[in-house]
Design a protein around this ligand. Structure first.
Ligand code: IMP
Ligand code: MG
Length: 179
């Protein structure tokens, strides 16, 4: 199937299963190389990262732990808006090696705020593992330490990524079709 409809929009096949698997393996290889003896805590961001996180964790061969957090940005016009914690971290992050696991970094605004929140909990070290990155949209300066794929500025769905809550169940990744 090369085209799918999600809600009112038509999407076309963009990244297939083999490419997804290779991208997840790239991220896992980096973590396996860098975290021996550090027992990192993967902090996966709900909802979007749940599929990537589960595939990634099964490719990690060193001892590690995982926890899930759910954040939302405050809406409204406040320029000092913070990321709001909907499901917080239960583990004590103090002194730990944290790897934030995210589905996609676009402008980077969400991740930038999230990193500030996590750093307030005094971890030993915080790194970012991201499945997809849109470098042309990126407005921040934090490093993406472990990256699966860089993609153009197209809106994508599938593999956990949604359009208006839908499309997360598509096993492969689709982008908006040019009509
Ligand atoms: P940022 O704050 O602009 O980096 O946006 C990050 C969030 O926007 C991600 O966690 C996604 O939820 C959402 N997002 C950005 N680009 C896409 C996309 O192409 N498809 C689906 N969601 C996206
Ligand atoms: Mg997300």
């Amino acid at each position: 199937m090369t085209k799918v409809q999600v809600r009112e929009l038509v999407f076309e096949k963009f990244i297939n299963s083999a490419e997804i698997d290779a991208a997840v393996q790239r991220v896992a290889d980096g973590i396996n190389r860098d975290y021996t003896g550090k027992n990192p805590l993967l902090l996966a961001i709900l909802n979007g990262a749940f599929i990537f996180a589960s595939d990634l964790m099964r490719k990690i061969t060193i001892p590690c732990e995982i926890s899930f957090v759910k954040y939302a940005s405050y809406s409204g016009t406040l320029t000092t808006s913070k990321v709001r914690e909907l499901i917080g971290v239960e583990e004590n992050l103090e002194g730990r090696y944290i790897i934030v696991v995210e589905d996609i970094v676009d402008t980077g605004i969400t991740m930038d705020k999230l990193l500030q929140e996590i750093r307030e909990k005094n971890p030993r070290d915080v790194k970012v593992a991201c499945f997809c990155f849109k470098p042309l949209a990126f407005k921040k300066s934090f490093p993406i330490d472990y990256l699966g794929l860089s993609i153009p500025n197209d809106f994508i769905v599938g593999y956990g990524l949604d359009y208006d809550g839908h499309g997360r169940n598509l096993p492969e990744i689709y982008k908006i079709a040019k009509s």
